[in-house]
Design a protein around this ligand. Sequence first.
Ligand code: SF4
Ligand code: SF4
Length: 446
Amino acid sequence: MQTNFTLAQLADPDIAESERILRACVHCGFCTATCPTYVLLGDELDSPRGRIYLIKDMLENDRPATPEVVRHVDRCLSCLACMTTCPSGVHYMHLVDHARARIEATYRRPLPDRFLRALLATVLPSPRLFRLSLLAGRLGRPFARLLAAAGFVRLAAMLRLVPARLPAAAGATGRRVFPAVGPRRGRVAILTGCANPVLAPDINAAAVRVLTRHGIEVVAAGEGCCGALAHHLGREHQALAQVRRNVDVWTRELAGEGLDAILITASGCGTTVKDYGFMLRTDAAYAGKAARVAALAQDISEFLAARALDLTPPAPLSVAYHAACSLQHGQKITRQPKDLLANAGFQLREVPEGHLCCGSAGTYNMLQPELADRLLARKVANIERTGAQVIATGNIGCLTQIAGATRIPIVHTVELIDWASGGPTPQALQEIAPDASGARKFATAT
Ligand code: SF4
Ligand code: SF4
């Protein structure tokens, strides 16, 4: 695609990067076929190519974001299916991230929008505030339908996502070390995350058990939010502050006893941590450290699939693997979770239209509930068509989104791998496969 930026504009590294991305696009439109919003709405401006044109026009003419640009960029899920499909290697993720920051800097949203986005950016990255908001949300949950009928669609969508049952609050926080069982064969850090400890602490507990059982020492180094939530809301200042904090924490850990990898059990976070090097590329004090951290980042399934695990099939269950967009499109990890599940003896069922987003997409299901609901209904229908007994996925956002719309139990992939390597039956499967021992085994931190 031809571009017309001035030399002065190109002196801005963000513009220079976006120009490079824009020039790679050859307008072929292959990406439109796999874009969920184009599939639903059929509007070129809600396709990757249409958004690329809108962003190009905004950047090239150095214009503030218009309501039209905001509407169509806001509707983008950042699912990155377009990047998987694009034959020209257009890095849409960096382009839309730049556009979101530009919108945040140049467009004044209506007051309710500003309030909601500020609330999400404050509450979600803090497990303590997030937990409190969920407890409060449980009181309002019975009124979700009423609120939706009264026009408070976003509030209703948020209340519908509040789980009926909230796990007990996580005990210890801060830096914790989980020693390897037997001789130590490696040492990794695990990203504790914001949503996992509040909504499903069993996920990280399962990951720690599998790792320590296979001789890997695990450290939860005391990092904070990965920055993805603020980043996707266009709040660059907040996101980069969170990124720098984590880079500092993990760099200290590297300088201490060292790390073989930084493992992430929520693939939405993993996509962002793997991008830390790019996000801080122009920060001379952090660029090198951030690139090192990003190079060590791995999804838990990626790390485990590269190792010889001691797995025994715990039950011949059929499993529909839901590929989170951040894992399949953002990180290009498609084979590893399926290999792990198959090696653990589960019967895998292929989900039709597996490339399409479930509508969760970070805060998308709260900010764009109508589109998110349509995608969710389509996803659940496709999953239920497989007849599987269990759903497995690698991202807490998808897990929460899908759990609210189906009776099929849903777990994180690593909970099944933990089960197959001697751990307890995942909580969500207790009804269909009760834990014979009745004992829940947790790794012990030091
Ligand atoms: S990220 Fe997803 S929703 Fe956004 S343009 Fe690409 S395919 Fe469409
Ligand atoms: S598939 Fe790639 S090159 Fe073709 S229009 Fe989409 S982004 Fe551009």
